[in-house]
Design a protein around this ligand. Sequence first.
Ligand code: SF4
Ligand code: SF4
Length: 79
Amino acid sequence: MVLRIKVDEEKCTGCGICKEECPKGAKIWNVDKKAMATNLRYCHLCTICASKCPEGAILIERDAENETEKQDNEEDLGN
Ligand code: SF4
Ligand code: SF4
């Protein structure tokens, strides 16, 4: 799975709510003048940040690129 969290710089005011509300806030979010999600390996996709952002500036994208690989592994286990 590939995960991206994009912050729209035009909309972001740097209020820091995303960092405050995120359960892993300090590990993931870096908020200076604008917010940036930096350590996405800590993210568990709860989507709280996106729902709490007052500007609607956060976009969470994920795609399941590894689904085929996962299915192959499951078949192997059956042998
Ligand atoms: S909550 Fe939204 S507007 Fe506030 S810092 Fe985070 S991304 Fe920017
Ligand atoms: S989806 Fe949840 S864990 Fe991930 S950055 Fe947003 S609030 Fe934090």
